[in-house]
Each structure stands twice: as structure tokens, then as C-alpha cells.
Design a protein around this ligand. Structure first.
Ligand SMILES: Nc1nc2c(c(=O)[nH]1)N[C@@H](CN(C=O)c1ccc(C(=O)N[C@@H](CCC(=O)O)C(=O)O)cc1)CN2
Length: 313
């Protein structure tokens, strides 16, 4: 974490510095912390293996999958890369998942979301072996999470827990507003936050597109987690002084840059940073942690499959 140079205005927020929570640095720590576990597995003759499946020509999805593969190589996880034509029949994907379930060298199966409309996403998630479901999206794993006994915590919410921990932000007894109710982030995040466990014990409000007077909710929050996919929806005016802001959004908006776009979060950064005691940037906040926790889950899975005790960071 580093601190921003800007001082907040007296009367608008507490006078002090805002912690900019550095997701790249925390993710690097997680990757470094996985080395011992990967070495222990290697001594037992096991190389963790992650299969990534991409069935999309969306440039953002392609970027995320290549980043995941690069991360695997960096830490010593074998990345098995599968690409299906987005127009291929859904059965091709189902059969591929079945094959990966049966392959002992594969400890994690990740199917990149979103999938084409003609593919039944629920069927895909049901088909993944729950013991290899490193995304934590299989109904059995969702049930375990809700029941307070998670096997794999979904990567983004798990990464957010680690980010908050790294910034010494205790969730216990805090009012947390989660903006967004997706299966990938909003719902599992809310569930983790209410658990009687480290990184939980919070009072959680989940807001969404039908919420009346969103600002009234966010203003009473100690922690706001924005995961709604609407660029810059949450502004400084909607926040109280001293709030902790976690921005999950990664929106590509047209801009006069080399790539033709820039990345913008679900939070209007400049105005939110004026109010916040701590905030995650976009890029370089939650995104790198999503990838780091995927590695974490894959190493956990490999340890369990090989019956090797691994120390996870
Ligand atoms: N099967 C899954 N699909 C999707 C998930 C998921 O957890 N599992 N989450 C999201 C997107 N996502 C993971 O795939 C993801 C998003 C962002 C990043 C990231 O590293 N972002 C960088 C910027 C990258 C860029 O330059 O565009 C950052 O924020 O710094 C990684 C993963 C949807 N699908």
C-alpha cells in the first residue's frame, strides 16, 4: 500500500492521507507466498495444473485468460490452454469439461465467463468437478460457501478479503454496502462478509439496479464495494468521510489512447479518493488479486488431490 499525496479538505473529510491499496503489490506477495506450497508439491512429484477454457472473442476475456496463463507460468503451475470457437456447439464445451474432469494432471478447471448465449452457463458450472472448481461457482461449492464451510472461495471476493486485510481494514461490526448482485462477485462477497469468520462479521447491505436511493445506502457505509459494471456510478458525493472504497469495476471506455480505450472503475476515483481513508485503484487494484487467488485455489486443489499438506499464504 502507498499513500496518495493529496490532503483532504477539512470539513469535507477527516484531514489525512488516503491509503491507495496496491493490488499489484499484494498479488505479488500472494504469488511469492505460494512458492513453498508449490515446492512441497514438487517434492511429492506433483505439478499443479490449471486448465483455462476460453469460448469467446471478447478482447477483455482474451486478455484475462492470457494474464492467468502468464501468472501460472511465473509461479510454476502448468497452464493448459483450451480455446473453442464461440460458435461451436455447446456440447463441445460440455465434453471438454468432462475430459478435464477425468484428467489427473488437471487440478483446476476454469471456464472464462461470460459464455456465448447458446451455451447454458448453469450446465457448464454443474458439470465441472466440484473438487476442481477453482472459481467456486459449482452449486455444491456455492452451498458450502453460504453454509460457512467454503471449499474454494470465488477469486474476486477472496482477493478483496486479502486486500482489506493487507490494508488493516477490519470488517467486524462494520456496515458494508456491496453494489452489485452478480454470482461472480456481489453475492459471494456478501456471503463472505456475513460469515462468522476472519474477513467477515460485517453487517451487509446488497444494492443493485432496483435499489431506491443508492446514495442513502452508500453514505451510511464504513466500506463500499462497487461491483455493478456501471462506469463511475459511485461518486464522492455518495460517500461519507473516512470510508473504505473497493472498486471491482473494469470498464473499457472509448478514449484517445493508443489502445482506443481507457480502464475506468465503477467508482469515480478522484471524488471518491477525496472522501476515502483507503481506496483501490483501477487498474492495479482488485483485478490482479482475482488472478492471484486463482493460483491460490489451484495450489489448494492440487494439495488436496495429492493428499499433501500445503501452507497457503
Ligand atoms: N471464470 C471466470 N470468469 C470471470 C471472472 C472469474 O473470476 N472467473 N471474473 C471476471 C474477470 N476477471 C477474471 O477473469 C478478471 C478481471 C480483471 C483482471 C485484471 O487483472 N485486470 C487488470 C487490468 C487488465 C487489463 O489491462 O485489461 C487490473 O485491474 O489491473 C483479471 C481477471 C469476469 N469473468
Amino acid at each position: 500500500m502507498h499513500e496518495s499525496a493529496s490532503l483532504k479538505c477539512a470539513g469535507d473529510a477527516e484531514v489525512g492521507m488516503t491509503d491507495i491499496i496496491d493490488g499489484n503489490a499484494v498479488a505479488e506477495d500472494v504469488r511469492a507466498g505460494l512458492t513453498d506450497a508449490i515446492d512441497a508439491l514438487s517434492e511429492a512429484g506433483v505439478t499443479p495444473g490449471l486448465a483455462t477454457v476460453l469460448m469467446s472473442d471478447d478482447p477483455a476475456s482474451q486478455t484475462y485468460v492470457s494474464m492467468k496463463q502468464r501468472d501460472c507460468e511465473e509461479v510454476g503451475i502448468e497452464a493448459l490452454d483450451y480455446e473453442l470457437d464461440p460458435d461451436a456447439p455447446a456440447e463441445e464445451l460440455y465434453e471438454l469439461v468432462d475430459d478435464l474432469n477425468a484428467d489427473d494432471s488437471v487440478h483446476g478447471v476454469l471456464v472464462q465467463m461470460p459464455l456465448p448465449d447458446h451455451v447454458d452457463e448453469r450446465e457448464v458450472l454443474r458439470r465441472i468437478d466440484p473438487a476442481k472448481d477453482v472459481d467456486g461457482f459449482h452449486p455444491e461449492n456455492v452451498g458450502r460457501l453460504v453454509a460457512g464451510n467454503p471449499r474454494f472461495k470465488p477469486c474476486t471476493p477472496h482477493g478483496i478479503q486479502k486486500l482489506l486485510q493487507s490494508a488493516d481494514v477490519d470488517t467486524e461490526g462494520k456496515d458494508v454496502v456491496v453494489v452489485g448482485r452478480s454470482n461472480i462477485v456481489g453475492k459471494p462477497m456478501a456471503n463472505l462478509l456475513v460469515q462468522k469468520a476472519e474477513g467477515g462479521n460485517a453487517t451487509v447491505t446488497v444494492c443493485h439496479s432496483r435499489t431506491e436511493d443508492l446514495a442513502a445506502k452508500t453514505k451510511q457505509a464504513d466500506i463500499v464495494i462497487a461491483a455493478c459494471g456501471v462506469p463511475e456510478l459511485v461518486t464522492g458525493e455518495m460517500l461519507s468521510a473516512g470510508v473504505v472504497v473497493v472498486d471491482v469495476g473494469i470498464n473499457r471506455v472509448d478514449a484517445d489512447t493508443e489502445k482506443g480505450y481507457e480502464l475506468v472503475g465503477d467508482v469515480e476515483y478522484d471524488s471518491a479518493e477525496e472522501k476515502a481513508s483507503a481506496i483501490t485503484p483501477v487498474p492495479g487494484g482488485v483485478g490482479p488479486m482475482t488472478r492471484a487467488m486463482l493460483l491460490w485455489n489451484t495450489v489448494k486443489s492440487a494439495g488436496e488431490a495429492a493428499d499433501v499438506d500445503v501452507d497457503l499464504p
